[in-house]
Structure formats: structure tokens, C-alpha cells
Design a protein around this ligand. Structure first.
Ligand SMILES: [Zn+2]
Ligand SMILES: [Zn+2]
Length: 242
């Protein structure tokens, strides 16, 4: 699905969709080049390769792979895509040695929250986190941080969910890619209370994102928001107590 001109939402077919926690990735067509944001769960990267071919492109047109953060569900196809395309891999310094396999990802507290959502976090994070399966490591080629630019995409530092979490803004298309800064599955939620390593930072990051001129938002888990993105972010940010 195209969520903005030249911006494609990538998600596995229904079967197997749950195992990455309804994870999504995004492909941007920038002239001749393709830019990929995150790499889904599956190590074969087939969904991403299929989308590249559907655009009449080949895997060698994939030039840049930019990562929101170093969690398993977003790193599945990374090593395969690197091998096939030779694309440059970009990540924040705090996440890069997780991506390369030199450090395990940080633990997330699976303590249930006291509400009707109790079941969800266990299901959600149990499938995404923990040592159940590891991603195939890949070296990060370039460390990125706030203010860096990859083609038409600007890097925003949005810590909270993880210390090195990044979002990516494509101002020309009014599109924003927010990784796990918030989720839309199973409901629009400003970060699960037990999955924010730093809750205060999470809220600050959301407030900051809510200031941008945004129509479409590609989130890490759940369906993208295709219109009124700014309003959605403003409503989310307003829930913050910290
Ligand atoms: Zn995550
Ligand atoms: Zn995630």
C-alpha cells in the first residue's frame, strides 16, 4: 500500500503476521534509489524483495537501509538484504552494536500492567523480544543522529522506547516514520507502559513529533495512519503526564 506518493507500507501477508507483532517496514522510492526503513521479522526478506520487484526495480536499487532501533522484529531481513543489495546500513550509535550482534538487546520489563490490556503486552513482547530467536547480525555502515539526512529523509532523535531510538521525517511528502515511539496495534497507544525504557523521554519525544507538519505516519507495529497524522500525534502527546 502506498501511504504517500512513492512511500510504500510493507507488511507480511496475514499468515505469520502476528509473529513480528504486526510489524511494518517502509520503502521509499527516491528517483532511481530505494530507501528502506526497518526490515520486518523474517530472515528471508521476501516481502521486501517482492515489493521491490513490484515497483519494477531490482534489489541493487536498494541503496540505504535505515533502522529505527535494535529490536528483533525490525531486523529480520537485514543481513539478507545487505548481502543481496550492498545497501548502506544506518543506525544510532546506541543501537549499532546490537544490530551487529556484539551486544544483546536490552531487556524489557514484562510485568503485566493492571488493566484490560494485561494479556496484550505478554503476547506482544513475548513474540518480539527476548532470546527466543535472534536476528542475523549485520554491520552498521554509518552512525546517524539528530539532524542527519539520508536522501530526502531527516533523522530525528526520539529516545524513550530505547535509548537510541530514531524517527525519520520526509517533509516533502509530509510523511513520518516513528518506529516504536508509539504503536497502533492492538490500539493507538503511546508506548506500552512496560516497554518504555524511559517513560519521560517517550512523552518528550511524542510532544516533539507532534510539532511536525505530518499527514501519513508509518508506525512499527500496526497499520499506518494515512491522514491527519499531526492531529493523532497531538492527541497522543496530550495524554502524557510527565
Ligand atoms: Zn521496539
Ligand atoms: Zn518493535
Amino acid at each position: 500500500m502506498e501511504i504517500a506518493p512513492g512511500v510504500y507500507d510493507l507488511t507480511p501477508p496475514r499468515r505469520g503476521y502476528l509473529k513480528g507483532g504486526f510489524v511494518h517496514a517502509f520503502l521509499i522510492q527516491d528517483g532511481q534509489d530505494l530507501i528502506l526503513i526497518d526490515t520486518l521479522f523474517d530472515a528471508d526478506a521476501q516481502v521486501i524483495l517482492d515489493q521491490i520487484h513490484a515497483l519494477g526495480k531490482t534489489v541493487s536499487d536498494l541503496k540505504h537501509i535505515i533502522l529505527t532501533h535494535g529490536h528483533r522484529a525490525h531486523l529480520g531481513g537485514l543481513a539478507t538484504l545487505k548481502k543481496l543489495s550492498g545497501a548502506r546500513i544506518y543506525a544510532h550509535p546506541w543501537e549499532a552494536d546490537i544490530v551487529s550482534g556484539d551486544r544483546t538487546q536490552q531487556g524489557v520489563n514484562l510485568r503485566p500492567i493492571s488493566s484490560s490490556l494485561v494479556v496484550w503486552p505478554i503476547l506482544f513482547f513475548g513474540t518480539l523480544l527476548g532470546p527466543l530467536s535472534n536476528h542475523k547480525p549485520a554491520q552498521v555502515d554509518k552512525l546517524i543522529d539528530e539532524g542527519d539526512q539520508i536522501g530526502p529523509v531527516r533523522v530525528l532523535y526520539t529516545p524513550g522506547h530505547t535509548p537510541g531510538h530514531l524517527a525519520f521525517y520526509y517533509p516533502e511528502k509530509r510523511a513520518l516514520f516513528t518506529g516504536d515511539a508509539f504503536v497502533t496495534w492492538p490500539l493507538i497507544c503511546p508506548g506500552w507502559p512496560n516497554a518504555m525504557l524511559n517513560e519521560k523521554q517517550t512523552w518528550a519525544s511524542l510532544r516533539r513529533l507532534a510539532e511536525l507538519d505530518v499527514q501519513a505516519i508509518g508506525v512499527g507495529h500496526g497499520n499506518p495512519i494515512v491522514q491527519n497524522g499531526k492531529q493523532v500525534l497531538q492527541e497522543l502527546a496530550a495524554r502524557g503526564k510527565l
